[in-house]
Design a protein around this ligand. Sequence first.
Ligand code: NAD
Length: 419
Amino acid sequence: MTVYSGPVFEMAVNQFGVIANHLSIPMDERDRLLLPKRAVIISCPIHRDDGSITVFEGYRVQHHLTLGPTKGGTRFAPSVDIGEVAALAIWMSWKCALVGLPYGGAKGGVRVDLSTISKRELESLSRRYMQEMIPFVGPHTDVMAPDMGTNEQVMAWFMDTYSMYQGRTVTEIVTGKPVASGGTLGRREATGRGVAHLAKRVLNELSISLNGATAVIQGFGNVGSYAALELQQFGLKVIAVSDHTGALHDPAGLDIPALMRHAGKHGSIAGFSSQLQFDPADILTLPCDVLVPAAMERVIDAKVAENLKCRVLAEGANGPTTPDADLVLEKRQDEVFLIPDVLCNAGGVIVSYFEWVQDLQQLFWEEEEVTRREYQILDRAFDTMVARARADNIPHRTAAMAIGVEKVRAAKNTRGLFP
Ligand code: NAD
């Protein structure tokens, strides 16, 4: 039992146990690799529009500082707690190491229902969160990014707040900023693009023609919408999409640019079409070639895994598949090709890394270069994962995480235990 105990943290612990057993990591080394280096819990009081005061609880977990600064998103959602944030920070560590970025993993968040606060209150909350975090973050200590419920605007407020306290503009304190405020071209699209790029690679390897192949997307925020758009541009039909308000299904293929315009204007897919409405509970088990869970954790349990009817499971979200479901998928690996989250959604942190590098150097790249380099890193990591899975006869998730854990372990062991 630790302060982090809870279902999402148990999932990260469970997955680590599988990897540690596979790598025969001695028991007394495991806690050092797994347990977060630092965790901060803060109170964020803000003035409400009616003059009253509300205090929101905020968190930041920095998993390890062995390879450089920590890096990770900030989530604004009602489900956020210290255990969820810790699990997400741990997954970020394995992800960064897998794709070769000089970072440890971090994650942060505020427990807040965004439907209950105004835009002005959101700005106050964002600024207060960053202001409380100033002693614990920095361009070479911990660099934040967007996640569920936060976006470019929130990152701009974070950057502005940090900069005001430093007395100079420090763009490199966060990534995922608007391009006008030191962001990089291609970051907004990066995660979804990476998901679609890897899914396309797998379809090609499975000799499934892109033209007319079908895709289903759960979650239509940053990751889900750009994954859908990119897959459609590759020739796939996106036959179903869901978000927190419901689901839409059209066997002829949804008009994704029109749906993105609608969601951008109204904040969700609700009201786009009454004829195409569909039960969101059935979305993950619809027959399709590519299934992209791009919303939240633990949506694919063992029962859903038994009933998946996709050829490729491209995990856009972090932690969408439970360890029980992984056991089912292991048996079904000839039917369902898994691209695990630590690889599949790594395009986001890869391009965040490019943004940080560009901000530090004040030298900015063309979008074509950003995307080309993103795909190069993803392809290399994909090849390494597949080769490792074949060599050790292990599932893709175990292979991908084992590569990440091994790199962190090697760095810790060569640096030694201080003092
Ligand atoms: P977002 O806030 O932009 O979008 C989240 C989407 O999920 C919204 O459309 C929301 O309506 C939907 N959603 C929420 N609850 C749902 C439910 N019960 N059923 C169906 N849909 C639901 O968030 P995002 O940035 O797109 O992140 C989505 C996932 O991708 C998260 O797991 C996040 O950690 C992960 N991720 C994001 C990035 C990034 O660059 N943004 C990078 C890597 C991983």
